[in-house]
Design a protein around this ligand. Structure first.
Ligand SMILES: Cc1cc2nc3c(=O)[nH]c(=O)nc-3n(C[C@H](O)[C@H](O)[C@H](O)COP(=O)(O)OP(=O)(O)OC[C@H]3O[C@@H](n4cnc5c(N)ncnc54)[C@H](O)[C@@H]3O)c2cc1C
Length: 431
């Protein structure tokens, strides 16, 4: 490594690690600061009583190009596998097949006309590439225009309400379109869905990146929360943690944007206002280990008046594991009173819901169950979202700030974070 100079990277999630990885390739010395005691951010793993597994589920689609490329570059592509997966829809107290044209036609509780309209919308969304007009439209209006009120009420409404609550009506159509397209195009053919996973989970990628960074002269400081990025005369001068001050002329932040006004309070007021206006939803994600499968599906959407969730993920139907592993995410705006409820509140709900969905599941089938939380799990991408973001390369010399918002209209994703991290590192200009 030629020594062009040291650059601080804030956050060791996939984006921060990708920034550091690329900086090394370009001859810099990245020094990564991570608040958590492990790398990974939303993709980090934990010890689930003997099973090392990520706190939140992760799957991959055929469009995850940057992710697949970095696996090749790190020589771990052989640990990645595609698998045919199934989807389900829990509606009218039964688990219905979902995710292909035949399942749509057989779906109980929806008129034939609504099924046709839904199918046309899903299909045309996978073919569309221009999204600029969709940025100005609300997802709800866009979907109702295409599929009608009946299909929206039955198939979409709960998915919006149990993710975005009072923000449901203002979500951008471009954001929802990119999700439909990503999943819709990840298939062997129109009847067979194709999703991917890494042996060992996301940690396999995280650890390969970490090894690469450390063995090439980079540094990763865990349990080191940055309290302030210091600015002097319109330039970066350094970083302050609880105990230390580090001199830096260049800082790349990949931590969630809502933290920025707190740690860089000397930014121009207009820029701080923009960060403060970006809203995020939080997640409380329950993970259950069971001795019996809940279903054969990887993903199940839920529309049930007795369940306040958009769906659940039976991860072990994608990545082979000894027991059944089910993730049940409860999304909500972080200010929602729900977010203050203890883990037990969500865990008890999950037990009830899974028992209702599969009557063979009883208390004895739960081997273990836990909950994890992430306060800034997803930016709320409202209409005209692009206009709300300050530039990544800020008008302060040496300061770059990004998070998952910056690849809008794509949903937060490992591939997108890796791609953006690499792009930012390549754009760095140091005198
Ligand atoms: C429930 C759930 C399901 C998901 N499913 C998928 C999926 O199926 N497929 C997929 O590709 N993606 C999925 N994702 C998204 C994926 O996890 C994220 O896109 C990705 O982790 C974002 O990485 P990042 O590095 O940009 O941000 P983050 O993972 O948020 O990393 C930011 C890091 O900054 C650190 N930090 C914060 N403040 C400070 C500070 N002051 N000082 C130092 N460090 C700080 C944090 O601890 C964190 O490690 C999912 C996420 C969730 C929550």
């Amino acid at each position: 490594m030629s020594d062009k100079g040291k650059i601080a990277v804030l956050g060791a999630g996939p984006m921060g690690l990708a920034v550091a990885y690329q900086l090394i390739l370009d001859g810099y010395k990245p020094i990564v600061f991570e608040a958590d005691d492990r790398v990974g951010g939303m993709t980090a793993s934990f010890d689930f009583n003997g099973l090392n597994i990520e706190r939140y589920y992760h799957f991959h689609c055929t469009s995850d190009k940057a992710f697949l490329q970095i696996l090749t570059d790190l020589n771990i592509k052989h640990l990645f596998h595609w698998k045919e997966t199934k989807m389900g829809y829990w509606y009218l107290n039964r688990l219905q097949e979902w995710g292909n044209p035949l399942a749509l036609l057989k779906f109980k509780g929806l008129s034939f006309l609504s099924k046709i309209r839904y199918g046309i919308h899903a299909f045309t969304s996978t073919k569309r590439s221009n999204w600029i007009k969709l940025d100005k439209l609300s997802a709800k209006e866009w979907i109702i225009k295409w599929v009608g009120a009946e299909a929206f009420d039955i198939l979409w409404r709960k998915l919006f309400e149990y993710k975005f609550y009072h923000f449901s009506d203002s979500i951008s159509a471009a954001w929802i379109w990119s999700r439909i397209r990503r999943l819709g195009n990840s298939r062997y053919n129109i009847f067979r869905e194709k999703l991917g996973y890494l042996e060992g989970g996301s940690e396999t990628l995280l650890f390969a990146l970490k090894r690469n960074i450390l063995s090439n002269g980079g540094e990763i400081h865990l349990s080191t929360s940055i309290k302030e990025v210091q600015l002097e005369n319109n330039k970066v001068s350094g970083l302050r943690t609880e105990k230390n001050f580090y001199e830096f002329e260049n800082v790349i932040s990949t931590i969630p944007l809502p933290y920025i006004p707190k740690i860089i309070p000397k930014l121009p007021k207009k820029i701080l206002e923009k960060y403060s206006n970006i809203k995020n939803i939080a997640v409380v994600c329950v993970i259950a280990k069971l001795s019996e499968k809940v279903s054969d599906n990887f993903w199940v959407n839920v529309n049930d008046p007795e369940m306040d969730i958009p769906g659940f993920v039976e991860y072990s139907n994608l990545r082979p594991l000894q027991n059944s592993i089910v993730y049940v995410p409860f999304y909500m705006p972080g200010e929602h009173s729900y977010y203050n409820e203890p883990d037990k509140f969500f865990i008890e709900k999950v037990k009830l819901y899974l028992k209702k969905i599969n009557s063979r599941i009883d208390e004895k089938k739960f081997i273990d169950i836990k909950a994890s939380r992430y306060r800034f799990a997803q930016p709320i991408c409202e209409t005209n979202f692009l206009d709300q973001l300050p530039p990544i390369n800020l008008p302060i010399k040496g300061l770059y700030v990004a998070d998952t918002s910056y690849y809008y209209p794509e949903d937060r994703g490992i591939s997108e974070s890796v791609e953006l991290g690499i792009k930012i590192a390549k754009s760095i200009k140091v005198d």
